[in-house]
Design a binder for this molecule. Structure first.
Ligand code: ARG
Length: 457
């Protein structure tokens, strides 16, 4: 097939209908707005506008029904729709393209598509956030405790709710980034023509309004050649995927037998074809694995845009597959993690064991803080506790098992209440400064997060 009269290789590299037909709704909406605007400006007669709008509706019906004849000979979604329109309504269909070029048309379509998908993605992020919040709330009710990790070494006890809310913070920033990308994508290129502007008395502001854009682009050359809205979207999605991959990685680690902190549900795990005991976290692993595709899309489009002279160049056709794949990947990843969290069963006892384990010394900071709060310079306290931890480790004991006398021997400032400070609940309660993991702070943080996430923003 391909384009008649063209080398098959040129056809193969040039024809975009296989992927850009995804823009058909946006292409039809853009054409409807354009033709209405032309009617309002007296460029087209009212009957012509009506005929073309009715024809575009027939095109839409054919595409919906799967009967639309997509033809490679017509290259892309724009020409396919325009040619079919003319077949359906006659030569008046050829008036649709008055005062327009495929250059401003494709930029309009892709911006419209991006704005719409970003709105949908925001709802998917909100759904994941809501699920995180539900698990955080439940974990708070149970006062589930685990150690947090630095360098993947047990550090200090925190509430599981506090840990889950940390992921929620990152998602909140992702939503801000998606909203900013949406804001900048919502500028309408229609009226820029091929790049110099239109020779007809078009009204770009009206086209923008009809399509729900924030405003029209200000410069015709920029309007047809700018793809930074797509780059910004891909950058926001890449950062979102960083966050999703971190959450996925924790679900993978935590569901291992080594951690045993969580069991993921049957609906989001798979068995092994040979090992009957396996419950593999494939969903989370694939989120982790697919993160690279989104980074790749950003990289590909950055390179395609780099040093491109103004204005439109065919290199820009490469924007679509990158953007489509990144949006699909992010959406799927969000859904997989939302389902995984919904199905997650956390093991409170295992987490507490890890927080209080003999070999963990997650309460060593408490003892150092205790000494510092009673006047010992923190550096000295740190050294003293470090030495004590070494001894305890050699004896296979926890700090509190060393007994009051040995703790009192550290310094005269040590009192009988020292043992109480080594308890996990005391460690949590002391972290009561803003941002901390003390139950009273986490209770506030949960209420605040619920208010922020409940109304979908
Ligand atoms: N399929 C093209 C694209 O995606 C549409 C614009 C074509 N413009 C042109 N001057 N050939 O970029």
């Amino acid at each position: 097939m391909g384009i008649p009269g063209k080398d098959p290789a040129l056809s193969a590299i040039h024809v975009s209908i296989d992927f850009d037909r995804r823009l058909w709704r946006e292409d039809l909406d853009g054409s409807r707005a354009h033709v209405r605007m032309l009617g309002e400006r007296g460029v087209l007669a009212p009957e012509e506008v009506q005929t073309i709008l009715a024809g575009l509706d027939r095109v839409a019906a054919e595409i919906e029904a799967g009967t639309f004849p997509w033809r490679e000979a017509y290259e892309d979604v724009h020409l396919n729709i325009e040619r079919r329109l003319t077949e359906l309504v006659g030569p008046v269909g050829g008036k649709l393209h008055t005062g327009r070029s495929r250059n401003d048309q494709v930029a309009t379509d892709l911006r419209l598509w991006t704005v719409r998908r970003l709105a949908e993605l925001d709802r998917e992020v909100a759904a994941l956030g809501t699920q995180l919040l539900a698990q955080a709330h439940a974990a708070f009710e149970r006062r589930t405790v685990l150690p947090f990790y630095t360098h993947l070494q047990r550090a200090q006890p925190v509430l599981l709710a506090h840990h889950l809310l940390a992921h929620l913070e990152a998602l909140g920033r992702d939503r801000e980034r998606l909203a900013a990308a949406r804001e900048r994508a919502a500028e309408c290129p229609l009226g820029a023509g091929a790049g110099a502007g239109s020779g007809f008395p078009v009204d770009p502001a009206r086209s923008a309004e009809l399509l729900g854009f924030r405003r029209a682009c200000r410069n015709s050359l920029d309007a047809v050649s700018a793809r930074d809205f797509a780059l910004e979207t891909l950058a926001a999605l890449s950062i979102l995927m960083v966050h999703l991959s971190r959450l996925a990685e924790e679900l993978i680690l935590w569901s291992s037998q080594e951690f045993g902190f969580v069991t993921l549900g049957d609906a989001v795990t798979t068995g092994s074809s040979i090992m009957p005991q396996k419950r593999n976290p494939d969903g989370a692993e694939l989120v982790r694995g697919k993160t690279g595709r989104v980074f790749g899309a950003l990289q590909a489009l950055l390179v395609a845009n780099k040093a491109l002279p103004l204005a439109y160049n065919k290199d820009l056709q490469e924007d679509k597959e990158a953007l489509f794949d990144a949006v699909d990947t992010a959406r799927l990843s969000l859904r997989v993690l939302t389902a995984s969290l919904r199905e997650a069963h956390f093991h409170d006892e295992r987490m507490r064991e890890a927080a209080e384990a003999r070999a963990g010394y997650a309460n060593a900071t408490e003892l150092a803080d205790y000494l510092a709060a009673r006047g010992m310079p923190f550096r000295e306290a740190h050294a003293a506790v470090r030495a004590l931890v070494e001894q305890a480790r050699a004896e296979g004991k926890r700090l509190q098992d060393l007994g009051l006398e040995r703790l009192r021997a550290i310094s005269p400032v040590v009192d009988d209440d020292v043992l109480a400070c080594l308890e996990t609940e005391a460690a949590l309660a002391r972290r009561a400064a803003p941002m901390g993991t003390a139950p009273e702070r986490v209770r506030e943080a949960l209420a605040e997060a619920r208010a922020r996430w409940s109304d979908g923003d």
